[in-house]
Write a protein of this length. Structure first.
Length: 311
């Protein structure tokens, strides 16, 4: 096994629920697995160390893949294949390959948050960007150019259950159209007057919602996870880690639908009731006290898993 030289790649992101993921996906020697959100490779590397025979890992962030291809520990391991793509588009790359397990660790990576030029964080001034892939797509600044009040407000509500979405949307759009919104610091400053001592920054949920809007993250989940089930072998498992209530609610609903449960709450039920998977986790796994002591960023993580039914 080839190991990277110390200091050649600074590890910023710590994979969450690592032991729980390995256990619940049931990594077996020689098995074939996919990691839909590669990041800095923490979960992928754990799959390889556990004996995976092949791991297909994807990320829409071209910079993350570039860094790993240059410095990553397993960059020359023939068992690892890296793909620059959204996971909702991975099916075309997979071809006829079927997987014993697939992981989707949703959300943003630490490296994306701490690099100001990416525009994800309000703690340092950066451009109004927020693209997962810095080489393509529409920036936040460009997105705001095309959105009206109704669209932005409804998107803020859907992506983050944001309180007072119309008031927040109006404030953002007025500042943007007046030319007062040039950086992430400008965006955060719009809400400094609402800051309470000891509480999180009032722009926290707004930044998360805008990031999800820019990257169409809910659409990615709703499209990509059902396709992931199609890529599993019978008995293969799909595990998903979420980081906030909106993501978790969407994943939970999708898993219930795929398990043939009713999600329509109508009488009589109008759901297709096609049982493609069984629920492995009735309730999500959450980080242990030991993990939270060393990685507080994991505090909101939830792990859900389903198993594909025999054909």
């Amino acid at each position: 096994m080839r190991r990277i030289k110390k200091g050649s790649m600074e590890r910023l992101h710590r994979p969450v629920l690592l032991s729980e993921v390995i256990e619940i996906i049931k990594i077996k020697h020689g098995g074939v697995y996919a990691d839909f959100t590669f990041g800095e490779g923490g979960h992928t590397e754990a799959f390889l160390r556990a004996g995976a025979g092949q791991v297909f890992s994807t990320d829409r962030d071209s910079e993350a893949l570039r860094l790993y291809r240059e410095h990553g520990e397993f960059r020359q391991d023939p068992r690892l294949s890296l793909f620059h793509t959204r996971f909702s588009e991975f099916k075309a790359f997979a071809g006829k390959t079927r997987f014993d397990g697939i992981l989707a660790d949703l959300g943003v990576s630490t490296r994306q948050l701490v690099v100001p030029e990416r525009g994800f964080s309000f703690s340092a001034s950066g451009p109004l960007d927020m693209r997962m892939d810095p080489a393509s797509g529409t920036t936040l600044d460009e997105k705001l150019d095309t959105m009206d009040l109704e669209e932005l407000a409804s998107s803020l509500w859907r992506n983050a259950d944001l309180k007072h979405p119309y008031g927040v949307a109006r404030r953002v759009l007025e500042a943007h159209r007046a030319g007062k919104l040039k950086t992430t610091a400008d965006l955060a400053a719009l809400f400094n007057d609402r800051r309470e001592k000891g509480k999180s920054h009032p722009a926290t949920a707004l930044f998360m919602a805008l990031r999800m809007i820019v990257n169409e993250e809910l659409k990615e989940i709703e499209t990509g996870l059902p396709e992931a089930v199609d890529l599993l072998c019978p008995g293969g498992r799909l595990a998903v880690i979420t980081f906030h209530s909106t993501e978790d609610r969407v994943v939970k609903k999708l898993f219930q639908e795929l398990a043939g449960r009713c999600i329509c709450a109508q009488h009589p039920c109008l759901c297709p009731r096609v049982e493609k998977v069984s629920l492995v986790t009735k309730k999500p796994f959450t980080p242990s006290a030991e993990e939270l002591a060393t990685n507080p960023r994991a505090r909101s993580a939830k792990l859900r898993c389903v198993e594909k039914e025999p054909s």
